[in-house]
Design a protein around this ligand. Structure first.
Ligand SMILES: Cc1ncc(COP(=O)(O)O)c(C=O)c1O
Length: 440
């Protein structure tokens, strides 16, 4: 790339998960945000169709969150989380434990979804070892799964582009088949009817490896980053049952489904399936300060609490675990969610969202539409020889017309802030429709 075609002041920053050269030739700079909107550096108002990156669930610049962060920054900037504590860490863990599914009342703080995944995988391995079943070292993920970008996460993850450049990854990992079945389920409204039997794939892996070698299965209740795959009816229940039969821990990665996206605080509650651990991040602070968490069944936590009381029970943690700014932001976030009933609002808006989204059926190149709560996926047929390009062009067109969406491959993903109005849902869907018509 020459500097002639872009501003050289953009050179130093190597942007993550971004087409750097394309971006730097035509930057999309966000300068301000409030409520449902961003404003670009040249003053254009952009409706946020993706809650930033599936995280700003209460909308932008919410006063209780802003004030909590400002006040905390002045009061105490940092406190070491190893062998020391600060009150807001305990307060936030306690508040979170009131929202999580029954029994998942122990909270380990991290700084991102990726770190939550690594933490949960390590906990699963250590848990089996502590209770004398150290042969359970195998981790099972699922094809098309996304569990962040660290080595554990990409090993159990199932997105080829995130894996193929990085060597042999973790050993002792296997994958369930994914649940995407457009031949039988295309244009399903809500949960697809067919595919509960795909959970039986775990029986195949048990038969291959033996349950005594398997520590845990990790899946997203709704797979987001692969293009919004809704679990078939009965699938998660069946997976839970098979895990129970074989003593395998079940981890739900709720980094995007947590904090109200599906109409309950956690998708686990919406789908009525309780895992052994939940990984979370994003909505925990409304995206305002980096933070993640692993919610753990008390019995798992308690298994670690043995041996001499002065010894560390779990050799794991981050310098910024339970960072005071993140804890303050988290408390402000939970207060905002509670004040406005946001953790169940997706259930109220789900029908309006579904109807608007499925209204796009029949537009050129639209081969499937998937939805649940306030999550939507619109899959386009790829342009021959240019995978992902058609959806990317729709993304650019929407941004030019004042709406921010996200695309992954040729699927458009929508996950607006939970404060969205029916009118704003209309604006997003109309803008996407116009873009799909314009982009060939
Ligand atoms: C299901 C899931 N797990 C993990 C992650 C990784 O989170 P982070 O980017 O905060 O590391 C994401 C991010 O989108 C995700 O969707």
């Amino acid at each position: 790339m020459t500097t002639a075609d872009h501003d050289p002041r953009l050179d130093a920053y190597w942007m993550p998960f971004t087409a750097n050269r394309q971006f730097k030739q035509a930057p999309r700079m966000l300068a301000r945000a409030e409520g449902m909107h961003y404003w670009t550096d040249d003053g254009r108002q952009i409706l946020d169709g993706v809650a930033g990156l599936w995280c700003v669930n209460a909308g932008h610049a919410r006063p209780k969150i802003v004030q909590a962060i400002q006040q905390q920054a002045g009061e105490m900037d940092y406190a070491p989380p190893f062998q020391m504590g600060h009150p807001k860490a305990f307060e936030l863990a306690d508040e979170l434990a009131k929202l999580t599914p029954a029994g998942l009342n122990r909270v380990f703080f991290t700084n991102s979804g990726s770190e939550s995944v690594e933490t949960a995988l390590k906990m699963a391995l250590a848990y089996h070892r502590v209770r004398g079943e150290g042969s359970r070292t195998r981790l099972i993920g699922r094809e098309r799964g996304y569990h962040g970008v660290n080595f554990g996460g990409i090993s159990v993850g199932g997105i080829v582009t995130n894996r193929k450049m990085f060597g042999t990854l973790l050993s002792g990992v296997d994958h369930l088949r994914h649940t995407h079945d457009p031949a039988r389920n295309a244009f399903s409204v809500g949960q697809p009817e067919h595919g509960a039997d795909l959970a039986d794939d775990l029986e195949r892996l048990v038969a291959l490896h033996d349950a005594s070698t398997i520590a845990a299965v990790i899946v997203e209740p709704i797979a987001g980053s692969t293009g919004v795959l809704i679990p078939p009816q009965g699938y998660l229940q069946r997976l839970r049952k098979i895990c129970d039969q074989h003593g395998i821990l079940l981890i739900f990665d709720e980094v995007i489904t947590g904090f109200g996206r599906t109409g309950q605080p956690f998708a686990s509650q919406t789908f009525g399936v309780v895992p052994d651990m939940i990984t979370a991040a994003k909505g925990i602070t409304n995206g305002s300060v980096p933070m993640g968490a692993v919610f753990v069944q008390q019995a798992i936590h308690d298994t670690f609490m043995n041996g001499p009381a002065h010894l560390i029970e779990f050799f794991h943690g981050y310098t910024y675990s339970a960072h005071p700014l993140a804890c303050a932001a988290g408390l402000g976030t939970l207060a905002t969610y509670a004040d406005e009933g946001l953790l169940t609002r997706a259930a109220t808006m789900a029908d309006t969202f579904a109807t608007a989204l499925h209204g796009l059926r029949g537009l050129p190149h639209v081969v499937d539409i998937r939805n649940f709560g306030l999550v939507g996926g619109i899959e386009l047929a790829p342009r021959p020889g240019e995978p992902g390009k058609r959806a990317f062009d729709v993304f650019l067109d929407c941004f030019a017309h004042g709406v921010m969406i996200r695309t992954t491959g040729d699927t458009i993903a929508l996950s607006p802030p939970l404060i969205i109005s029916a009118e704003q849902i209309g604006q997003i869907v109309e803008t996407v429709a116009a873009a799909i018509r314009r982009v060939v």
